[in-house]
Design a protein around this ligand. Structure first.
Ligand code: CA
Ligand code: CA
Ligand code: CA
Ligand code: CA
Length: 352
């Protein structure tokens, strides 16, 4: 066949394809006799307007740099061929150069970031991978990023972190699992009568300070209960320190229980902290310490004196007797003729 005849045949084939199936445009390869399946994944069929789909089926690899890419490599990929001047590219405008569709511009909000013309303007510029520009990837430390109007911003912090310094560049820099930042920035974790634990991001009770316990199992009121119980046999409101029981509920027993474990002697209700009275007899164990300060304090210690036969000071005749001991107490000075007679009465020393 002559060259002129071949050209005529090619033209007829192209015209025939358009006329026989005006509603469908193919990339030509499925029926082109090369046996390869129709590759609709390249998107050519979906995006190519019918009137621009004048295609020429060239061999997949011809050893030539057909697309001007500098090698035959891109030619080897299943690139759609074009003819004419314009061609369709995904989310942009294309130009047919040397039978290959080249991206010349992208629609607003899109870009050809991978420089691969075959997939058109593949990049969405409102995504966190390419936010505003191809190279602007939205990344923040310990945070979920977002992209809006071409600007990266910090959407949410990842669990356990907070943006406490308010600086976008540092992301969510602060762990919010500490006693000073517990669940949120500057939210302290403090526990009444104990110490906190914020390892879970929620303020919990770490340790209770004895004698307090978390008896209601609620962290908000901390270690709310005094769990130390002392038996109070003499019912003076103060318990026996040596018989402490630690538990939330009051222990059983026919006697009283109290949280006050400060009775120095639990067999005498007069012996108790804060006692202000003095007593002439020991409390029951030979001790006169009635106010529980660990010492027996005498009520009267002054010595009595008459001066000019006037009572200068009421007091003991000699040195003060010990607790519970008796002595003479000067209570008046009486002048009879030229003599001055001191008058005494017996008195027992009181203590507490
Ligand atoms: Ca509690
Ligand atoms: Ca008592
Ligand atoms: Ca007592
Ligand atoms: Ca005392």
């Amino acid at each position: 066949m002559t060259t002129a005849r071949l050209l005529l045949l090619a033209a007829a084939l192209v015209a025939g394809a358009c006329a026989s199936d005006p509603a469908t445009v193919t990339d030509g390869r499925s029926s082109g006799g090369d046996g390869s399946p129709d590759d609709s994944s390249i998107g050519f069929r979906d995006h190519m307007p019918r009137d621009q789909a004048q295609q020429i089926d060239l061999p997949a690899s011809d050893g030539l740099d057909n697309d001007g890419s500098g090698s035959d490599a891109r030619d080897d990929a299943p690139a759609p061929r074009c003819s004419g001047t314009t061609c369709a590219v995904k989310d942009g405008k294309g130009q047919c150069q040397g039978g290959v569709c080249v991206v010349v511009s992208c629609d607003a909000g899109f870009d050809n970031c991978d420089k691969d013309d075959k997939n058109g303007c593949e990049a969405k510029l409102d995504s966190i991978e390419t936010c505003g520009t191809c190279t602007n990837k939205c990344e923040f430390q310990n945070a979920n990023a977002a992209c809006a109007s071409g600007t990266c911003f910090l959407a949410t912090c990842k669990t356990g972190f907070g943006d406490c310094d308010g600086l976008r560049k540092t992301g969510c820099e602060t762990p919010v699992t500490t006693l000073t930042n517990c669940g949120a920035c500057r939210k302290p974790c403090t526990i009444k009568n104990g110490s906190g634990d914020c390892s879970s991001g929620t303020c919990q009770i770490g340790k209770c300070t004895p004698p307090f316990e978390d008896c209601n199992k609620a962290a908000n009121d901390g270690c709310e209960a005094d769990a130390a119980w002392y038996p109070d046999l003499d019912k003076d409101g103060f318990g026996d320190t040596s018989n402490k029981v630690v538990q939330c509920a009051m222990p059983p027993g026919s006697f009283n229980w109290t949280h006050e474990g400060t009775d120095c002697y639990d067999k005498n209700a007069n012996a108790k902290p804060g006692q202000t009275s003095y007593f002439p007899a020991h409390r029951g164990d030979n001790s006169y310490d009635y106010d529980c300060d660990n010492k027996a304090t005498q009520r009267w210690t002054v010595r009595g004196r008459c001066i000019g036969c006037n009572l200068s000071a009421a007091g003991w005749q000699t040195t003060a007797p010990g607790c519970g001991a008796a002595g003479n107490w000067l209570y008046t000075c009486r002048k009879i003729f030229s003599s001055c007679l001191p008058r005494y009465q017996p008195r027992t020393q009181e203590c507490r």
